[in-house]
Design a protein around this ligand. Structure first.
Ligand SMILES: Cc1cc2nc3c(=O)[nH]c(=O)nc-3n(C[C@H](O)[C@H](O)[C@H](O)COP(=O)(O)OP(=O)(O)OC[C@H]3O[C@@H](n4cnc5c(N)ncnc54)[C@H](O)[C@@H]3O)c2cc1C
Length: 415
């Protein structure tokens, strides 16, 4: 483990797509030396996202090849060309080509290596963050870090949603959630019967992946009609101008903003290439579709017995809930920040952020030195805040304002 520097200039909490991209931006802009930067993450750089892609059987990215963790938009395409991997850029009926997951992650690893990010990674979980004006104190499982700026990029922070009937059962052997860190699709037996709950992209990808094993019985419990959409929201939101002004017209961290983002997101929808795969599997009888809602699930000697509202019943070896993430403001760290800090929060605990800089506002109305990137910044950046393009936008904003902050500090030091 890297030895802790108690006086890091910038500490990034979370080493996913957002944390890694922010680090790359800061280093590439020469705003900061590697010795002044830290990334705190207990899972390793990008490992948690890589694991999620594997857990749901995702082999291709939904976003185009210009969305990745480096700064040059064509970096991933050039990386593929230089290695003869152009066939891993998959064509689409609309828009640009999309990378395979293995190309995306190989490129991301190459970017991390080029910036030697492993050397500034601290293998620890942040358990508390305090804004002490002038410095931010971060408690971690490996000790305390004192930093001038804290960039918070923790994604959903292990918050995911289970159906009501599963709350008693989840994490028992036969019932799990797809985002449970212990869920491993490879551990499902070749001749097992497995149910997947959900009708969106994650459930569908998992069902079609598991159904590739001919001896397995796969049942997809999808109560709502399937929706097909190429992207998570209209491309207007990807430009972070014009349409985001509609958000900013409402008070920060308000119910109106939250509802606007929810309306704009095509949650529960899947892109055409995923739907085609599902249709094929259904036609070939590899997946059985159950439209009735699950009413009761009971564990019985290592299996789970399901009864649906229409009276149909199943006995399964495994039941996987692919029923989405929970609120991004409900993870442990956010709850702690809400309770113990002088920072402003609003509707459902959303952080009150400055629209131009993503800085979390203090209760006295001044901006703190804590900056939020990722899904928790969706009330500022809109429905793509959580996506790779959202990390790129957050990177532009953070580098922009830190540049002027550091200039002011340098001028102050010279006086
Ligand atoms: C299966 C899947 C496929 C997706 N596909 C696409 C796509 O094709 N295109 C696209 O643009 N977007 C896609 N997304 C959306 C988005 O890009 C990803 O969710 C991305 O991982 C978000 O990055 P992040 O850094 O915000 O969060 P994460 O990748 O979740 O990273 C957060 C990191 O923070 C760490 N962390 C959490 N809590 C703490 C703590 N207390 N202390 C320290 N570290 C902590 C975690 O260990 C983790 O490594 C996809 C999402 C999923 C789940």
């Amino acid at each position: 483990m890297t030895e802790m520097n108690p006086d890091a200039l910038v500490t990034i909490v979370g080493g996913g797509v957002h944390g890694v991209h922010l680090a790359v931006r800061l280093l590439q802009a020469d705003l900061i030396a590697p010795s002044e930067l830290r990334i705190v993450d207990p899972s390793g750089l990008l490992k948690s996202f890589r694991q999620k892609c594997r857990q749901c059987g995702m082999v291709e990215f939904r976003s185009p090849f210009v969305h990745h963790v480096a700064t040059d938009p064509f970096s991933l395409r050039d990386f593929a060309r230089a290695r003869g991997r152009e066939d891993e850029l998959r064509s689409t009926t609309v828009g640009a080509e999309r990378p395979t997951a293995s190309l995306f992650f190989d490129h991301a690893e190459w970017v991390c290596d080029r910036h030697n990010l492993e050397s500034i990674h601290i293998d620890a979980r942040a358990t508390a963050i305090r804004d002490n004006r002038g410095a931010v104190e971060i408690e971690t499982t490996q000790g305390r870090i004192s930093t001038r700026w804290c960039l918070l990029a923790i994604g959903h922070g292990r918050s995911f949603t289970d159906p009501e009937w599963a709350t008693e059962l989840v994490s028992t052997q036969p019932v799990t959630h797809v985002w449970d860190p212990t869920f491993d699709p490879d551990s499902i037996g070749e001749t097992s019967s497995v149910g997947i709950v959900g009708g969106g992209i994650t459930a569908t990808q998992l069902a079609t992946t598991l159904a590739q094993m001919p001896g397995r019985d796969v049942v997809l419990f999808a109560r709502s009609p399937f929706r097909v959409e190429t992207l998570e929201a209209s491309t207007d939101w990807m430009h972070f101008s014009g349409v985001t002004e509609k958000l900013h017209a409402h008070p920060p961290a308000s119910r109106a903003r939250e509802e606007l983002v929810a309306e704009a997101r095509n949650d529960g929808a899947m892109p055409p290439y995923v739907f085609r795969r599902l249709r094929r599997s259904l036609e070939q009888g590899q997946i059985k579709l159950e439209r009735s809602e699950i009413a009761v699930a009971t564990e019985a000697g290592g299996t789970v017995v399901i009864t649906c509202r229409d009276g149909s019943a199943y006995c399964l070896d495994k039941l996987v809930c692919a029923t989405g993430f929970g609120s991004p403001y409900d993870g442990e760290l956010f709850r702690h920040l809400r309770r113990d800090s002088g920072l402003q929060t609003g509707y459902h605990g959303a952080p009150v952020l400055d629209d131009d800089t993503l800085r979390w506002m203090r209760q006295d109305g001044t901006p703190s030195q804590i900056v939020v990137s990722g899904v928790a910044a969706q009330q500022v950046l809109g429905p793509f805040a959580r996506n790779v393009i959202g990390a790129r936008r957050a990177g532009e904003l953070v580098v922009g304002f830190l540049e002027s902050e550091f200039d002011v500090e340098k001028r102050g030091a010279r006086l």
